[in-house]
Design a protein around this ligand. Structure first.
Ligand SMILES: [Zn+2]
Length: 88
């Protein structure tokens, strides 16, 4: 099982948070994640529903707090920043 660190800021839009958790093998954003806060390190256990790749993504306390807000409320994947729309 591969391990990596998350690359999103806690205040970033949900779209960028989801992109950070996307599968590194098939690039699918259809990833199921769950928080593991049991030990010293906080991590998201991620499973890609497209290819089945499993991995642990280590989180800062602030990133874990952000994801904990989305346990029952899914990430908003709508681009809201005008900068994102002009970049497309
Ligand atoms: Zn995948």
């Amino acid at each position: 099982m591969a391990c990596e660190t998350a690359h999103f800021r806690p205040d970033e839009p949900g779209l960028l948070v989801a992109a950070s958790l996307a599968c590194p093998l098939c690039l699918s954003s259809d990833v199921r994640w769950s928080l593991d806060e049991g030990g010293y390190d906080r991590r998201a256990r991620c499973v890609c529903t497209a290819c089945g790749h499993e991995r642990d993504v280590f989180l800062t306390p602030e990133q874990a707090l952000r994801l904990s807000l989305h346990r029952t409320c899914p990430l908003d994947l709508t681009p809201h920043s005008p900068d994102l729309l002009t970049a497309l």
